[in-house]
Write a protein that binds this ligand. Structure first.
Ligand code: DWN
Length: 408
């Protein structure tokens, strides 16, 4: 049975359904105390596959203004691992592309300046573009010049006309978020200098499927990319995906090196071959994903209910967007988890979407000393467990929910 919706990338009609997570609240729309009694907006969250260009995507498009502008609570700098990851990327590019004071580094979805600040430190001119008011304000405070707006082809044309084409364009965790995928990529082609490079990071669909990372599916994430689907997308706009790196961040990501000259290297050929061999470009690869996600849900509920039945107390770590998908799909309310903690001060004092679990600062863990902490931000488990050494020393244990629910 095909959906009546066209592919976001190639326009092909008749996407094939893969997973239906039901109607869910918006993952990053944290609830204030005053809003607790209000009806929360909820939207269908259905995943489908395009058999023409092999792009996995969600059917629903929530208006970007609703998702990313006011009160957008995500600040990249609350993860030390992400800051280190971004700094290494920039220093590598400065060296590889011999960037200097005559260069221009642009970041699409530059957030709070977490990445571009490394260019500023090196005396290299930057321009950030981000629609989220709070993070853009923080970026300006640390000297990262930021346009508080969405990136569009029109903006790219205006900047190019002003002589502001870029030597490097960064786009981390944004390509999957844009409602106009082709417009966004067309804008990159317009804004990039002929000899420039776009360095883009996206979660990798193969890791999502292989490791049952269903909770990274939410309305901000419209597309779930394979290298095959990305190659089709970029070539449509005269861009070439010449080099790819697989990264462990965010449960498995790709770093894409995209240029205006075609010189496809071995890293790209190897991944295209791997995807063909594992049929990542066919619906078969996604066939039993829904069943495997159902299993994870059952396994996690058995674990949590068993601990509660033994009279144990459970809290959670990471008021993450993926955490919202997980607690609402699995059905984790205050009957199982007492509260959530998060370092992000903009999230503290609010409540998780849907299940309305209260959010506190991490110090709450030592105050309440719950027996177990469910790591909703499992993608930063190593960093968080190290950080919470005192909680563990006092007997606390952690639950990692994905890919297999387990106590560590
Ligand atoms: O695509 C996106 C990814 C990259 O980031 C965005 N759409 C939104 C966001 O997704 P998320 O909220 O699921 O991402 P994180 O980065 O996994 O969220 C982790 C949460 O945990 C953040 O709220 C920060 C918090 N945190 C913390 O409190 N202490 C994180 C670390 C590392 C910590 O030590």
């Amino acid at each position: 049975m095909a959906t009546g919706v066209n592919c976001r990338s190639c326009g092909h009609a008749g996407l094939k359904p893969v997973l239906d997570l039901g109607r869910t609240p918006l993952a990053d729309r944290l609830v204030s105390a005053a809003q607790l009694a209000e009806q929360e907006p909820a939207y269908p969250l259905q995943v489908a596959f395009c058999s023409q260009c092999s792009l996995l995507q969600i059917i629903e498009t929530v208006p970007p203004e609703v998702l990313f502008c006011e009160d957008y609570p995500y600040y990249s700098s609350f993860s030390d691992a992400l800051l280190r990851h971004s700094r290494d990327n920039v220093l590598d590019l400065i060296r590889r592309r011999d960037l200097g004071s005559q260069s221009l580094a642009v970041e699409l979805a530059s957030n709070d300046g977490y990445l571009l600040k490394n260019y500023v430190e090196a005396g290299i001119p930057v321009l950030g573009i981000d629609p989220a008011e709070g993070p853009a304000r923080e970026a300006e405070k640390i000297g990262v010049r930021t346009l508080n707006t969405f990136f569009t082809v029109e903006l790219a044309k205006r900047l190019a006309a002003e002589g502001r084409q870029a030597d490097v364009i960064h786009g981390n965790n944004v390509l999957a978020h844009v409602a106009d995928t082709n417009g966004f990529v067309g804008g990159i082609a317009t804004l990039l200098k002929d000899g420039g490079v776009a360095v883009i990071e996206v979660p990798y669909v193969k890791d999502l499927i292989d490791h049952r990372e269903f909770d990274t599916i939410y309305h901000e994430h419209l597309c779930y990319f394979s290298v095959t689907a990305l190659d089709h997308l970029f070539r449509r706009h005269g861009l070439y995906l010449n080099e790819v790196k697989r990264l462990s961040i965010h449960g498995g990501s790709l770093r894409l090196y995209v240029e205006k000259v075609e010189r496809v290297g071995p890293s790209m050929q190897e991944l295209l071959a791997l995807e063909a061999a594992e049929r990542v470009d066919r619906i078969d690869f996604y066939h039993d994903f829904a069943r495997r996600v159902e299993h994870l849900k059952a396994e996690l509920l058995v674990l949590l209910r068993g601990l509660k039945a033994d009279g144990r107390t459970i809290a959670a770590y990471g008021a993450a967007a993926k955490g919202a998908t997980l607690i609402n799909y699995v059905g984790i309310g205050r009957d199982l988890v007492d509260f959530v903690v998060d370092r992000n001060i903009h999230k503290q004092g609010k409540y998780m979407p849907g299940q309305h679990l209260p959010i506190f600062g991490p110090e709450k863990l030592l105050e309440a000393q719950p027996d177990f902490v469910l790591l909703l931000a499992w993608n930063f488990a190593t960093e968080i467990i190290e950080q919470q050494a005192e909680y563990a020393r006092r007997g606390g244990r952690f639950i990692v929910p994905v890919p297999v629910p387990r106590v560590v």
